[in-house]
Ligand binder design. Sequence first.
Ligand code: NDP
Length: 335
Amino acid sequence: SLVLVTGASGFLAAHCVHQLLERGHSVRGTVRSNEKGEYLKKLFKRHGDKFQYVIAEDLEKPNVFDEAVKGVDGVLHTASPFHMNAEGRALDALVNPAVNGTKSVLASIAKENKVKRVVVTSSFAAIIDSKKVKPPHTFTEADWNESDPIQSEQEGNAQSPAINAYRASKTLAERAAWDFVEANKPSFDLATINPPLVLGPIIHQVNSPDSLNTSAANIWKLMHGGSPTAAVAVDVRDTAKAHVEALLRPDAGGQRFGPSYGPYTYQEVSDIIHATKVPIPDEWKKNTPTDINDSKAPVNLDGSKTERELGVQYHTFKQTIEDTLTSFVDYHNRG
Ligand code: NDP
């Protein structure tokens, strides 16, 4: 079968494409430039013509996905802005592309009338609502973030910190997806994947540390003078597997899945870095503080539904961090 993966150049999407190809599917990825497409062609060269890419420059360009959806059997929609350095209004930078891109790709798929299942990459951001429920609290797929969208609407996003705007963007985009299916009764049903912070090895194009994706950059920063904040996490490969399983399993239709192995601290990350046999440069170790003593986030996402219903077995946190380091060393050595 032919699966469309939007935003194929991204950290998570590249792993989704990889797993789909390994399982024998053909994949068409959308990217914003030929350079990014050619990078992926090379990355997946052992799969030959089973991987192809098309250009879809901008999530907000009308009908941008019309060509991309032609003849596909299933879709993983992952493309969405995830960065905290929006210039100007966060509404324009984050919410609009997230929401309009989701509506646009669903409208293009619906016109084709062939696709049975669409998996949208949502986020723990569309679940967690620390205003509604007082931490400590373990959230599940039954929970919805109500506060961030309301707040961002009230503020017109003008003053919203980037993280709130990001959370609003993911919540509103996911809601738009469910609303679309409800209102249009298309040929497909929907599943969403709602991961917390996604960590693990990078395989996508990253030309310099400045262009590292937001979540993997946390680990890089810890070894380069930064002090990231503890969060709830999951491995990128487990998140990709959840996408693929949610695409293929009939029972996943109409459901949300929050893959997660729970909260971690940067003290744990530091301990792994200082004990690891992965040959990381000495400065990286030297620059990683040994006495962080940060506490775990008081919130959690219950990842058991993804294990139970999608058959995902989580990596250990140590494996995730060590494989992240191995990939960083690999990119570093390539120069
Ligand atoms: P990346 O930044 O690596 O990937 C984002 C992808 O979306 C890239 O392919 C990017 O293209 C594309 N994109 C972003 N903005 C636009 C736009 N305006 N028009 C067209 N394409 C666009 O991050 P991740 O891989 O981490 O994110 C993938 C998905 O996972 C997103 O939906 C994100 O919200 C979600 N997610 C990520 C989490 C994490 O911790 N990483 C946690 C929870 C959810 P380009 O490569 O050209 O920039």
